[in-house]
Design a protein around this ligand. Sequence first.
Ligand code: GAL
Length: 424
Amino acid sequence: MKLKLRPPLTGLLLLLAAQIPFSAFAAGGDNKLEIFSWWTSGGEAAALDTLFAATKKAIPGVEIINATVAGGGGSAARPVLQARLAGGNPPDSWQIHPGWELLGQYVAANYCEPITDLYKSEGWDKVVPKGLIDLMTKDGNTYAVLVGVHRGNVLWYNKKVLQKNGINAGDKMTFDEFFAAAEKLKAAGVTPLAVGDSGIWATAQLFENTLLGTVGPQGWTDLFTGKMAWDDPKVKQAAETYGKMLAYQNSDHSALTWDQAVKAVIEGRCAFTSMGDWTYGEFAKAKLKDKEDFGWVSHPGTDGAFIVVSDGFPLPKNAPHRQNAISWLKVCGSKEAQEAFSPLKGSIPARTDVDKSKFGPYHNWSMQSFAKDALLPSCVHGEAAPAAFQQALNDAVTTFVVDKNADTFVKALAQAAKDSEMAK
Ligand code: GAL
């Protein structure tokens, strides 16, 4: 059925149209920019604001529409985005993770335009590590610009709480050392481990980190390339260690978001949290100081490895405000914007030509780790595996948190890997 305008309505529309300047109807004539992300926590929002401020300088008079969908890790945002993309209603750019998420979900579905030319004109091809560019490149075309690189496998702690309990986290930590510290804290009435898994991904990340700490970088690569089976005894061992860690978590974990768990560490209600370094953004927002108020160490067993959780932005096909979208991408890839964004976000710049003296102890530690350690893509954040496997991992974790059955857990993962195109 065709929708017909009734005459009085037509008249009203004509009247309204007569009062609106013609320029408002010209394609792309409105000076707007809609950016879609899940950056809503205190630290995330503050960091996003620095990008918006730089964009406002680059595009005078631009009106930025901050289209956020709350929920760490983007688990709530991605379905909303998918519906918009499928409905032909893209924002001007949106938050992506490189690897499977960008290439498998957005590029393969034909939602993105290549931005390879920008890599040349802006000189990004000379300052962004090739390994990262490769994760965004298909058939010689590159599809997104990265604004920062998070380290996923970090164990954060409230320094004063550890000191008070005579615990020294050291430069690296084994699982045994973690459990010894956890016992001591528990005996002193402190909850050892903060988890906020109202979005299941946060506890899936605790497993991801524990998996790496158990199988090591080579095992990680073997698992995601099909050389090691997901029901290998080592994966089972990782599940058991993860289960043991869960015994030390806060009882209200499933009611909290990841940043509420960080808050529990900030306030000294819990001692540790294993989480990507967006955690740093929450510490910074609360005006806590590196190495004085909080400390960090690689998640047990993962020293020498860096789980990459990188954030980027693509150019959609039919961007509603294409020129502004391109200006946004240029800002995201610029040295100035990355230097302003990272200290608030916790990530390190994707560019390697930044002035390191502008960064504090944590960022310098992470930059050094990035330069020398094994760089591995994250599964929980969509880089290492297709969306279906990422979902299967979240589902298996959801069940495991309740039944702690390592056998069913690894079986579910092995089946999901078989069903997935990941290692084919
Ligand atoms: C990740 C994202 C980070 C951070 C985190 C928590 O997926 O890459 O930038 O926002 O989720 O929301």
